[in-house]
Design a protein around this ligand. Structure first.
Ligand code: ADP
Ligand code: ASP
Ligand code: MG
Length: 457
């Protein structure tokens, strides 16, 4: 049994949907297909909601275009005999969406819950359409199957409940492929519509693959596989034939957008391999993500490089920071209790402040947590200052055991510094499969180009 996920890039046009139909109808084993919203639609649903909330009447034209796009896709891809049936489901959903926009325009604000409701129509509608394009498919409603819980101010998957509901509900059968929307979910306590975060359809597919003990999870997208760097920034990036789970987790967590980071964990946990494939060139082998084969020391090398933007560096100054283990554990605990994850911790050196990187979106929470934690130390002078440096990016060089290669950090720093790029904190990271360093966000693309050249060209 396998799970296939088709992203927005694969379900955006009649042409791409023809590929999806061909790929899915050729399957001979039981399968579940997870689809995203039509390409670009989630962004459009959000921007239209903002227009409505801001009192800009053009939201009505935008809604009209959203409706037309869906009608056109249906008439271009669904067999005429099924038009009536599919429109009977899709038109009421589009009417609900239009009403939500009108409500937002009237109130003039856009509560988070309303936005979550609005974006859900993307996958609710696309999954119905795809289920009527693919011969013999059965549609499942993800809102009833995928459950989230509140964690600080975020929604995160309730994996145990979701696993149970998936097992109870989805019964994949050879010749009757199960189709459902990715990304969308409901809150386990309130039943309100939520989602798994932008790019979250990959994660829906991974939760289903893990729950049903799939043989493989296939992520179908618009590139030939996982590449040595983002091909939009590095045109010479190459497809990687195999990656270990840990390598892919590191690359995704540090900005390689091809797979949504939480996706890897559920399948890794069950040792279910992932294959990244190109919907437009299905004959290509793609990238296989699986357990690593043991490497000899001389075979250890970088497999890919990536950049994570929107990062801030936090620095602690004062005589007390020399007690690194204590400062480390107190900072981490204070941050974890406030839902802030640390992305990178610098290797301590005597001349430098104690520093670590977090997502800039977490800055305010992080500073508050640290001021609370270190209030007594600031009072007695052992911590003199806590400083935030925004607009940073983390550059990550990833490869199984790369952290154990002697001098790797110095080689990367020297290359960047020779090109006039300042390197902030630098570290082997939490995993030995990642060596990362902090650079200014404005230097990120050039830094990526230089390290890609250093390892792959
Ligand atoms: P989908 O709609 O299929 O989910 P995404 O846009 O989320 O597609 O992911 C695919 C895109 O990820 C590619 O088009 C590519 O531009 C980008 N990308 C970023 N980093 C990488 C990488 N290391 N390898 C391959 N693609 C990458
Ligand atoms: N449609 C959602 C998004 O654009 C989820 C996804 O595509 O994975 O973020
Ligand atoms: Mg994606």
């Amino acid at each position: 049994m396998k799970v296939l996920k088709f992203g927005g890039t694969s379900v955006g046009t009649a042409e791409s949907l023809a590929h999806v139909k061909e790929i899915v109808e050729a399957l001979t084993e039981p399968a579940v297909v997870v689809v995203s919203a039509l390409g670009g639609l989630t962004d459009k649903l959000i921007s239209t909601a903002k227009l409505a909330a801001g009192g800009d009447a053009s939201f009505r034209d935008e809604m009209e275009r959203i409706s037309e796009r869906h009608h056109k896709i249906i008439s271009d891809t669904v067999a005429p005999a099924k038009h009536k049936e599919v429109l009977a489901i899709v038109e009421p959903l589009l009417a609900e969406l239009a009403n939500l926009y009108k409500g937002v325009a009237l109130i003039g604000t856009l509560p988070e819950q309303t936005l979550d409701q609005i974006v859900s129509y993307g996958e609710r509608i696309s999954s119905v359409i795809v289920s009527r394009i693919v011969e013999g498919a059965v549609h499942y409603d993800s809102l009833k199957i995928v459950k989230t819980e509140k964690w600080f101010n975020r929604n995160i998957a309730d994996s145990a409940l979701t696993e149970r509901l998936i097992r109870e509900t989805i019964k994949p059968d050879a010749g009757r492929v199960a189709i459902c929307g990715g990304f969308i979910a409901t809150d386990r306590d309130t039943g309100e519509i939520t989602n798994l975060g932008r790019g979250g359809s990959d994660y829906t597919a991974a939760l289903i693959a893990a729950a049903l003990n799939a043989d493989i999870l296939e992520i179908w997208t618009d590139v030939d596989g996982f590449m040595t760097a983002d091909p939009r920034i590095i045109p010479g990036a190459r497809v990687i034939d195999t990656l270990s789970f840990v390598e892919s987790m590191e690359l995704c967590s540090f900005g390689a957008k091809v797979v949504y980071p939480p996706t890897i964990y559920p399948v890794f946990h069950k040792n279910i391999p992932i294959r990244i494939l190109n919907t437009f060139r299905p004959e290509r082998p793609g990238t296989l993500i699986a357990d690593p084969s043991k490497k000899k020391a001389e075979e250890i090398s970088a497999r890919g490089v990536s950049v994570l933007r929107g990062v801030s560096l936090i620095e602690l100054y004062g005589p007390g920071i020399e007690n690194v283990p204590e400062i480390n554990s107190r900072s981490f605990n204070a941050l974890a209790k406030n839902g802030v994850s640390v992305l990178l911790v610098s290797q301590p050196t005597p001349a430098k402040p104690f520093s670590f990187a977090i997502a800039s979106a977490d800055s305010e929470n992080a500073l508050k947590a640290l001021y609370d934690e270190f209030a007594p130390d600031m009072e007695n002078g052992s911590v003199s200052e806590i400083r935030t440096l925004p607009e940073k990016a983390i550059l990550a060089v990833v490869g199984e055991s790369i952290g154990s290669v002697r001098g790797i950090g110095a080689r990367i720093s020297n290359t960047l510094q020779r090109a006039g790029i300042r390197v902030g904190a630098s570290t082997h990271g939490a995993s030995s499969a990642n060596h990362s360093c902090v650079v200014a966000e404005t230097d990120a693309n050039e830094a990526l180009r230089l390290v890609h050249e250093m390892f792959f060209e």
